[in-house]
Design a protein around this ligand. Structure first.
Ligand SMILES: [Zn+2]
Length: 255
């Protein structure tokens, strides 16, 4: 359909959606619509939201072309090997707050069907909710995995921390302060919470990379030879694959 102010409006059906969710894609309004909807309902919804939509169009237009407007709506979902996240409209929540339901790494955020994804602060809040769930599962799963790998390869590690680092998957530091203490090796490994969203083979790469630093505190040929041996000769292939991922929840959002 066409709107006198916004021009051509594209629609995309999502069986799980109960209401309309608006986005801007390449200068056009893109609406996620439920299975059953009518042009009249959509037109009414646009009329109600016109000032907000105008604002959204202007904000997007002010950005460089290659910077896509990334938003969380009904169709946002993360489906990684160890963690999934999705949103679900729940009519029993009408007029109430959203509710999280979790089951073994599968998180669902149930929201009232009329949840306003464009309300002030809604997007920042949603991003925070997703990241907090990733952090919570990362803290529950990753340290144990790293320690199991350390045991398997007889590598020493004292402390494992999960942090919110962006731009790096992990780091390994030798804590010189506690060097003199008996029974400690002084190696602290930090792992970014986004590692949880990587496929398990890449989680292994990141963890073994940091663990290898307990043998070689550098990236010398010796370091890579040791790491490559632990990875069965696949270090280069896995490194190349890891470059396709970034530390950003939207980078893991399924299309
Ligand atoms: Zn390194």
């Amino acid at each position: 359909m066409t709107d006198s102010e916004f021009g051509e409006i594209q629609t995309r059906t999502n069986a799980r959606a109960r209401g309309f969710t608006f986005r801007v894609s390449e200068g056009h309004l893109l609406v996620t619509v439920p299975q059953r909807w009518s042009e009249r309902e959509l037109a009414e919804s646009i009329e109600r939201m016109r000032p907000k939509l105008r604002n959204l169009m202007q904000r997007v237009a002010a950005k460089p072309y290659n910077q896509v407007e990334r938003r969380i709506g009904w169709d946002f979902r993360i489906e990684s090997e160890c963690f999934t996240f999705r949103l679900k409209p729940d009519s029993t929540l009408q007029g109430r707050r959203c509710l999280l339901s979790k089951e073994h790494g599968h998180v669902t955020l149930c929201c009232p069907p009329d949840f306003d994804f464009m309300a002030d602060g809604a997007q920042a809040w949603l991003v925070k909710v997703v990241e907090e769930q990733v952090r919570s599962y990362a803290k529950g799963m990753l340290p144990a995995r790293l320690r199991a790998l350390a045991n398997e390869h007889r590598l020493p590690v004292d402390a494992v921390h999960i942090n919110s680092a962006r731009g790096r998957w992990g780091s390994c530091v030798k804590d010189l302060k506690h060097k003199s203490l008996a029974n400690t090796t002084g190696y602290h490994i930090n792992i970014s919470l986004f590692v949880l969203l990587l496929p398990e083979r890449l989680q292994r790469l990141v963890m073994l990379h940091e663990l290898t630093h307990t043998l070689e505190m550098n990236h010398s040929p010796r370091f890579h030879a040791k790491l490559d041996a632990m990875l069965g000769g696949n270090e280069a292939t896995l490194e190349k694959e890891l470059k396709r991922f970034t530390t950003d929840i939207f980078a893991f959002a399924a299309q």
